[in-house]
Design a protein around this ligand. Sequence first.
Ligand code: DMJ
Length: 483
Amino acid sequence: MSESQKTRPEFLSRRYFLWSIGLFCAHAKPPLSLVHALSRQQTRPSASLKGDMNPQSGSDTADRVRQEFLHAWNGYKQYAWGHDELKPLSKGYEDWHKAPLYMTPVDSLDTMIVMGLDQEAAKTREFIVNHLSFNHDVYVKNFEITIRILGGLLSCYQLTNDKGLLQLAEDLGNRLLPVFSSPTGMPYVNVNLKTGGVRDEETNPAEVGTLLLEFGTLSKLTGKAIYYEKAKRALTELFNRRSSIGLVGSGINVKTGTWTDPTSHIGGGIDSYYEYLWKSWLLFGDKDCEQMWKTSIAAVNKYLADDSPSGLWYGQANMNTGARTGTEFGALDAFYAGLLALSGDMDRAQRLEESGYKMWTAFGIEPEVLDYSKMKIAFNGYALRPEIVESAYYLFHYTKSPRYLEMGRTFLDSLVKYCRTDVAYAALRNVETKEKRDKMESFFLAETLKYLYLLFAPPETLDLTHVVVNTEAHPLRATWVSG
Ligand code: DMJ
């Protein structure tokens, strides 16, 4: 373990241990401290950043990102208002279900608040509180609705103190609870928001283990323990099914509790399970989560890390034997450098981000999946994903190295060059030909542009000693703990 691995988590441990004393108390003070922490940057341009050696200042770039956010948001408002997503090429809209759940506005609201777009934020919040309803006979994917909508509502409640947002979050939480009714306590994939019907028992670690930050926060803010308990049990049941060498696979059945795919990796389908082990320890001071994280990360670094000639990567291995089964790394895996940095492993974090940057610059923009053993594309789309930017943000936060600002400018320039349309931003069908796709996922506004903004904004914009960000970049704070 390196020096940097030892020191910061110990500091965090003490702080978060204190927070854990207040479990299930109503929040001890109003969430104004978070608003304050965020609002200091909202009305004035930021000062230039420490370590920013580039002629173009951090504040200029932050302002540029804010303009790009407005460009995309205005496109959504003009062509897709009241629907889930904008279709940026055909200038139409798309809803995930037969009734819209306002995915883009809910997911984007705290980005507006963070960026100081106060009027847009106020109008959007009012619209959400007055019009969003979950009383629809539709099956929704528990994972997506939790990270995007439940997480967004809880974060915005903490940022604005608007009780209507907490009421919506509680209503949604209650409608999602039936997912945990499987024999193992691990959630079914889909739940009907009106009838409580559940379906689809084949799932993966990310969908089982990426719920505790949101359900746990809902418990803390409402004083009702059930949400925390259900999500924690699911996480623990999953962890308990790890192999004898400490790895999890890619597929699991929630009825039988048996693995359906033994491939282990850190990418899509598993990724945020690891993220929530560490972050649940940070946010709730939950020692079980800290222990589960420690066990898991040791196995991940032992069997999945791959020090190859082209740099440090994380590939695939069999969860039972640890034998390498693949050398693929992609846009989703790139979150891992940020998680390593957040948990104190700066050495691996920095080396992995360099690899991710190589993946980005080799093609002008990153592919969804790369075979790093040959540096060849395995899947050539780009979905406007945030993960590599998220990692640059964490790394800059902890190191203050201008290297990460340089990376951030490259990311921004590529996005503008290849993904910008006349009305918004579009995903790429092919990163080699740069052919666009008629899709702008809400996470582009919730995450990609938020992390880019935060990278260049004054460091106090988000106080990472008090705030934990969910996997959809919604900041959460332990407002239920005094001190
Ligand atoms: C987001 O919805 C979340 O970050 C999730 O954890 C992974 N996929 C997307 C962004 O790529």
